[in-house]
Design a binder for this molecule. Structure first.
Ligand SMILES: C[S@@+](CC[C@H](N)C(=O)[O-])C[C@H]1O[C@@H](n2cnc3c(N)ncnc32)[C@H](O)[C@@H]1O
Length: 227
């Protein structure tokens, strides 16, 4: 990477960082979801939103503002999220069934939109980081199969790499429209892109089978609407 590109990259990061501070957002990532929403018209007043990998809460703040008081906003993360008025949070690993059960209990119905800005702990080894990022996306798709309304929307971050097409093909089996976008607030040198999927078509054979056998099985299968 040339010195000039690195300099531009840093300037952009610094710009959004300052802006987030000035406008009271918890992360510069807030501007990414605003730009995605401005471009793709994701949020509607009254929507139910589930944000996976939500800490420190920048996307939750934007979701809360854009769905209004009648909307429902739930954030999940490995790390605790400081309280945000009108937002429910869950601490847990989204690949763990117990977290999924907690989410199902708190959501009480289905979501209009699932967001995922999840990122694995980066190792510095590009292929490993990419594979882990795709795994998180696939896990988020499994969660969509449990909680997303018919015709719902899913926005996910992924680190680019050779498994990207596998993820795209999977998304195309579940959504009517799947588009790639790189918001201005993403650093140009970053390997991350966002995939905006609209028009959810729930799978006929549930992806519950892809998730480990739950401990409290009865509780899980009792909810016939999930299958
Ligand atoms: C880039 S940050 C999200 C920033 C957030 N969108 C915001 O605006 O503040 C990525 C988050 O993904 C979370 N994460 C990674 N793997 C996860 C997992 N398996 N379950 C839940 N959260 C996860 C990390 O803990 C981290 O907080």
């Amino acid at each position: 990477m040339s010195m000039h590109v690195r300099w531009l990259d840093e300037r952009r990061r610094e710009h959004y960082h300052k802006l987030a501070k000035k406008e009271g957002y918890r992360s510069r990532a807030s501007f990414k979801i605003m730009q995605i929403d401005d471009h793709f018209n994701i949020f509607r007043r009254g929507n139910s939103i589930v944000d996976l990998g939500a800490s420190p809460g920048g996307w939750l703040q934007v979701a809360r503002e854009r769905v209004g008081a009648s909307g429902v906003v739930i954030g999940v993360d490995l790390k605790p999220i400081k309280p945000i008025k009108g937002v429910t949070t869950i601490v847990g690993d989204i690949t763990d069934n117990n977290t999924v059960f907690e989410l199902l209990n708190k959501l009480k119905g289905k979501a209009d939109i699932v967001l995922s800005d999840m990122a694995p702990n980066v190792t510095g080894c590009y292929s490993i980081d990419h594979a882990r990022s795709v795994y998180l996306c696939m896990s988020a798709v499994n969660i969509c199969n449990l909680i997303l309304k018919m015709n719902g929307q899913f926005v996910t971050k992924v680190f680019m790499g050779n498994m990207f097409n596998i993820l795209m093909n999977r998304l195309k089996t579940h959504f009517q429209s799947v588009k790639i976008y790189s918001p201005d607030a993403s650093r140009p040198t970053s390997s991350e892109v966002y995939i905006i999927s609209k028009g959810f078509l729930p799978s006929i054979t549930s992806d519950i089978k892809c998730i480990e056998r739950p401990k409290n099985e009865n509780e899980f299968y009792k909810r016939g609407d999930l299958l």
